[in-house]
Ligand binder design. Structure first.
Ligand code: MTE
Ligand code: MO
Length: 380
């Protein structure tokens, strides 16, 4: 008979019989690569220093990330915006105009549930993977706002500018996408997150939300939307969020864009008869069909139970959930005490598999999709 948690509890009682050294409810998934491996418990401090906060581990399971504990990535200063005096400027479109917050609230409101992920999440430098979250965002669609300005006019590209002034660079944060990209993504101007007004760190009073595209484009504290007739030649577009990629034998600079096919084991929780590895699968432009788990460093793989976003957000039409993660869990029956190497791997209905190794034709920190290994120490 496999040892039950009660039996393990009893067997771990000290001889004095005083302190019950119980089996923990959760085991740490230790990163074994990148900075996270070397910095250990100091990683959050190091990240905080460059204004990055990973999603809190206790919130890293299930379909939706709470407002409290959401990840954060920005450039240090959060502007304080007076909602009464706020104006969204829209320029370079058919009929340029500005909107008060009330006017934006009066437009038809839409909802999206999606993975918001920093383009550098889980890369080989960081070695960790908490710069992402999934929430329910609502507000007018970008399409609605542009339509209220008489349409795009001659604009083929849009630049989104934040109200956060950046020390030294001063210019403020901005990111540009093509009109086709934002239309296909069904971008939203979010006024609410999980049914609450946007908190200040999340971009109060308005942020961009661009399903399927990495979150450097989800501009917070949105102040201006500017139409252009060519791609935005901005610092963040051209210099910051770029990789070097080899295409037809030539190395080119490529901007970060679409979230690639990924999966990740986020927690290892105690369940009767063993442990449950749970996590998320998301990204890519194909439907995720299954997730496989290994607990022996890749020698054998087992299927996980995969639950699509429609299981939780059935009140929304599937197109509003298109870029949301699926939740998976795998029951790991009574693993032997000791150290185990675990990971997950996602597969699509079209037969695409999440890569096991980094692509030799891609150099850079962004859109690194290969499987993320973790180490778990199972107690006696
Ligand atoms: N105005 C503004 N918007 C911004 C940024 C910023 O520095 N300023 N950072 C971007 C980046 S790189 C990321 S990953 C996301 C993070 O969103 P969050 O802090 O709400 O998690 O915001 C994006 N939007
Ligand atoms: Mo980011």
């Amino acid at each position: 008979m496999p040892s039950t948690s009660i039996e393990r509890l009893i067997s771990s009682t000290t001889t004095e019989g005083r302190a019950l050294a119980s089996v923990p409810e959760e085991l740490r998934l230790e990163p074994i690569e990148g900075m996270a491996r070397w910095l250990g418990p100091l990683l959050p401090l190091a990240l905080r220093f460059v204004s990055m906060i990973e999603q809190r581990r206790e919130t890293m399971s299930g379909p939706q990330s709470p407002v409290d504990g959401y990840f954060r990535r920005d450039r240090y200063r959060h502007p304080r915006v007076d909602p009464g005096r706020y104006r969204l400027q829209v320029r370079g479109v058919a009929a340029p105009r500005e909107f008060t917050l009330e006017e934006l609230k009066q437009l038809p409101q839409e909802e999206r549930v999606l993975v918001m992920e920093c383009a550098g999440n889980g890369n080989h430098v960081m070695g960790s993977a908490g710069l992402l979250g999934q929430a329910r965002w609502s507000g007018p669609s970008l399409e609605t706002v542009i339509a209220a300005c008489g349409g795009l006019g001659h604009a083929t590209h849009l630049v989104f500018r934040g109200l956060d002034a950046i020390p030294v660079l001063r210019g403020g944060y901005h990111y540009g996408l093509s009109a086709v990209e934002v239309e296909q993504a069904r971008a939203l101007l979010a006024l609410e997150m999980n049914g609450e007004p946007l908190p200040r760190p999340r971009g109060f009073p308005i942020r961009m939300v661009v399903p399927g595209i990495y979150s450097m484009s989800h501009v917070k504290w949105l102040g201006t939307i500017e139409g252009k007739t060519q791609p935005h030649d901005g610092f963040y577009n051209r210099k910051v969020f770029v990789n070097r990629e080899r295409r037809n034998g030539r190395w080119e600079t490529v901007e970060a864009r679409f979230i690639g096919l990924k999966s990740m084991v986020t927690r290892c929780l105690r369940t009767p008869g063993g442990w449950t590895l749970t996590g998320w699968a998301w990204g890519g432009r194909e439907t995720i069909e299954r997730v496989e788990i290994t607990t022996d460093g890749g020698q054998t793989w087992q299927p996980a139970v995969l639950r699509p976003p429609t299981a939780w957000f059935g009140d929304l039409p599937p197109e509003d959930l298109e870029h949301a993660w699926s939740v998976f869990d795998y029951h790991w029956p009574a693993p032997t005490p000791g150290t185990h190497r675990v990971t997950s791997r996602a597969f699509t209905t079209e037969g695409t598999a999440q890569p096991m190794v980094e692509d030799a034709d891609v150099h850079g920190h962004f859109n690194q999709t290969r499987v993320k290994w973790r180490q778990v120490r199972v107690p006696r």
